[in-house]
Write a protein that binds this ligand. Structure first.
Ligand SMILES: Cc1cc2nc3c(=O)[nH]c(=O)nc-3n(C[C@H](O)[C@H](O)[C@H](O)COP(=O)(O)OP(=O)(O)OC[C@H]3O[C@@H](n4cnc5c(N)ncnc54)[C@H](O)[C@@H]3O)c2cc1C
Length: 418
């Protein structure tokens, strides 16, 4: 089932986000010659703007009826963390139906279990890469704080926290006084909190990818500044075509283009229903001292994160596709929460829209294409790509090398969409 391969094979990778670069480093470790193809700077896609958290507690998907409660009056209002563009519903109905179908309890249990299996390997996947690149200084181990304004909100969230705990998340409950002692800059409107002490965050995700990428180059990796258009199998091997019409020969090809992966011709042969959950951030330079750790205002899915670039406020889910510009009301939503949480009424220094790569069942695709020979997929990590990139790269390297993967990869197979 797992034939032995020649490790001198040339592997090409489309996409130099955290997932592509992690795959590249793990493949190099196995002795492969690796070329990363991306026109954009490494880590400048979704990875650059994320909420920076190695969210090992995040095993419960967004498409869970306890999270997406349609009976909740606040779900579709302007003050909701979720916005669905009606035109997008009209044009992408099958994806949305599939996404909603996965809200059913048995599906959520299945997704939770298999996200938790991957999340349990976060450290094993990422830390060897970070250590090899000597970039541990970008990590901060001050934990993560989840905040609730009222007792009823807190109690509403408890089943979810219990499920997280069943899968290994550890946290302690805090009262209003303890929250203030830990985070005095947060307005004293929060009644209860949960402190996840062992959570780590990255102080600058794009710099992390840049440092890993430098290490990749220093270890003999190649980089081509192009966009991949598609791949073609000919009698004399695999050719990867760039949008510039040039091509590269390779023996193996890994697609890690995040939310854009499906645009690569050859990937679509599987009909993988990749969609996107758009997310936003605003940033205040020089205000990182206001918090000591990532803090989530649970009700609004709003994260405040201290990072090297300042204080970043990130979050929300917008279902509106890849092509539409930022929705100004979403930026206003973020500013409003920044004001209510910290009294920050000034304009942020920057705002950002990014694209989470999301499959309807909220599990990534990690593994071989079932149709295109010698082609592998590593995308669809939704809210958890920073966290899961390392283990994804490790698994891809094992699969490409023809080894037995170090964990069961069947739940992440492209086959599941047949
Ligand atoms: C607001 C927000 C907050 C988030 N917070 C967190 C968090 O706290 N923790 C966490 O774990 N995750 C978080 N995420 C999710 C995380 O950011 C993503 O899952 C992750 O960055 C995806 O990484 P990637 O490498 O797959 O994609 P990307 O980082 O988007 O990289 C894809 C790369 O592919 C390239 N590309 C595209 N098309 C082609 C092509 N045709 N040829 C070659 N290259 C191509 C792009 O240029 C890009 O560089 C958050 C996301 C958002 C939006």
């Amino acid at each position: 089932m797992y034939p032995e391969l020649d490790s001198n094979l040339h592997v090409a990778i489309a996409g130099a986000g955290i997932v592509g670069v992690s795959c590249a480093l793990w493949l190099q470790e196995k002795g492969f010659k690796v070329t990363l193809i991306d026109k954009n700077d490494p880590g400048s896609g979704a990875t650059s703007g994320c909420a920076c958290t190695l969210a090992t507690y995040g095993c419960i998907p967004v498409n869970d009826l306890e999270v997406l409660d349609p009976s909740s009056r606040s779900l579709f209002g302007v003050d909701s963390p979720l916005r669905i563009d009606p035109w997008h519903v009209f044009t992408h109905l099958p994806w949305l139906i599939a996404f909603m179908k996965n809200c059913r309890k048995p599906k959520v249990e299945y997704t939770t279990r298999h996200l938790a299996s991957l999340l349990g390997k976060t450290s094993e996947g990422l830390m060897p890469l970070i250590k090899r690149a000597g970039t541990e200084g970008l990590l901060s181990n001050t934990g993560f704080l989840d905040l609730y304004e009222t007792q009823s909100e807190f109690e509403h969230g408890l089943p979810k926290q219990r499920r997280r705990a069943e899968y290994g998340a550890r946290f302690q409950e805090l009262d209003a006084r303890e929250i203030q002692e830990l985070e005095p800059a947060v307005k004293p409107t929060f009644h209860r909190g949960l402190l996840y002490e062992d959570i780590v965050h990255v102080k600058h995700p794009q710099k992390l990818v840049e440092n890993l990428f430098e290490h990749f180059l220093a270890s003999g990796g190649q980089h081509i500044r192009e966009m991949v258009q598609g791949l073609l199998h000919t009698e004399d091997g695999m050719k990867i075509f760039m949008c510039s019409k040039r091509f590269l020969r390779a023996n193996r090809f890994v697609i890690c283009a995040g939310a854009h992966s499906r645009k690569i011709e050859g990937c679509d042969v599987e009909r993988i229903p990749l969609g996107t959950e758009r997310g936003y951030h605003i940033q205040f330079a020089g205000l990182e001292h206001l918090v000591s750790r990532p803090i989530c205002w649970n009700r609004y899915a709003f994260y405040a994160v201290p990072m090297q670039l300042g204080l970043r406020m990130a979050g929300t889910v917008e279902i509106s596709g890849l092509d539409k510009p930022k929705t100004p009301e979403r930026i206003e939503y973020m500013k409003d929460k920044a004001n209510r949480m910290f009294g920050l009424s000034e304009q942020p220094d920057s705002d950002w829209l990014g694209f989470r790569p999301t499959l309807p069942d909220a599990l990534p695709v990690i593994g071989a294409s079932t149709k295109a020979p010698n082609t592998y997929y590593a995308f669809g990590h939704q809210h958890l790509g920073l966290t899961l990139a390392g283990i994804t790269g490790k698994l891809i390297s094992e699969i490409v090398a023809g080894e037995k993967p170090s964990m069961d990869i069947l739940p992440y197979s492209a086959n599941r969409f047949k």
